[in-house]
Write a protein that binds this ligand. Structure first.
Ligand code: ZN
Length: 309
């Protein structure tokens, strides 16, 4: 879950989403040809992930999901690593683990594509987080398959963050973004932070009524890069030039000076977010395809014309 800024005025997204969903997505890639991101396969992964049930940080179910994701990632030939740490939370110390899949390029500069794979803990109902937690993990996993065997200059790291969700009900203080904050600390202490040219975050992008706005808390040149890519390949209806402010796993990176962008479809009033209704039935392969193609197109653009910093 991310958090909207108080100053953000949320429009009637539901009505707008219904309107735009009538338009068939154009299936194009960065070169204007047929799309390559396999949203159907990502959706099958999403179903598998949801079948683990609720997956809060520190739970056996999340550990099972992690083992399965890592096994799948290893099949792509990626270099798979774990970043395990202990997080101090309002519920006491919890073991957490970020997952990294590395795809070396010809350059040492790194673009990270990230998302969270934990789900929010609820004791009063069963929360499986198909969109919130599941969709980002499924997209990253399929992205790993798409990157397999590709030639690229920049080095890609796919990062599955643990502990994005608040342990308590409310998103307050440091009770959230445990994995991303730890990753920034680790990269800083390893002297690696300066090699991260860009960080692309995906979150809640499986929603069958996909609508991604320009996040005002992200790095604006990178927001431009994402939206330019989305518009070029025919997805302007899903990536309109409308602003929203979201607090999410990109903020620790923004604060550390790493250009970062949050690609998120977030409406806290849609009736699904953090409810028992966040199930597969309101997610779609098409939304995963659209977002996956936008990420691939953005990566292709950055590879051709790295922004640097
Ligand atoms: Zn959430």
């Amino acid at each position: 879950m991310p958090k909207p800024e108080r100053r953000t005025i949320w429009m009637s997204l539901a009505a707008f989403c219904l309107l735009i969903s009538a338009a068939a997505p154009q299936r194009l890639n960065a070169q204007g040809g047929a799309d390559s991101f396999n949203g159907e396969r990502a959706f099958a992964d999403l179903k598998h992930i949801v079948d683990y049930g609720p997956r809060p940080a520190g739970s056996p179910a999340l550990a099972e999901e992690r083992r399965w994701i890592e096994a799948q990632l290893k099949e792509t030939g990626a270099q798979v690593e774990e970043d395990a740490f202990t997080a101090s939370t309002p519920a006491g110390d919890l073991p957490m683990t970020n997952i990294l899949a590395k795809f070396p390029g010809t350059q040492s500069k790194i673009v990270m594509v990230t998302g969270h794979y934990d789900t929010k803990r609820f004791s009063d109902f069963r929360f499986v987080g198909a969109n919130d937690g599941g969709s980002s993990a499924a997209l990253l996993l399929e992205l790993a398959r798409e990157l397999k065997g590709r030639k690229h200059a920049l080095t890609y790291w796919l990062v599955f963050f643990d502990g994005e969700e608040a342990v308590r009900t409310e998103w307050e203080g440091d009770d959230n973004t445990y994995g991303s904050r730890h990753m920034v600390e680790k990269l800083t202490s390893d002297g690696m932070l300066g090699r991260i040219d860009a960080m692309i975050l995906v979150d809640m992008i499986g929603d069958s009524h996909l609508l991604v706005k320009r996040d005002t808390n992200s790095t604006q040149w990178l927001v431009d890069a994402v939206f330019n890519a989305a518009h070029r390949i025919g997805y302007k209806n899903y990536f309109p030039d409308e602003a929203a402010g979201v607090v999410d796993d990109h903020i620790p990176f923004v604060n550390a000076g790493v250009p970062s962008v949050d690609i998120i479809c977030f409406d806290p009033n849609d009736g699904y977010w953090h409810t028992a209704k966040d199930t597969l039935s309101h997610c779609s392969p098409e939304s995963l395809t659209i977002t996956g193609n936008v990420v691939l197109a953005t990566l292709a653009d950055l590879d051709i014309a790295p922004h640097g910093r």
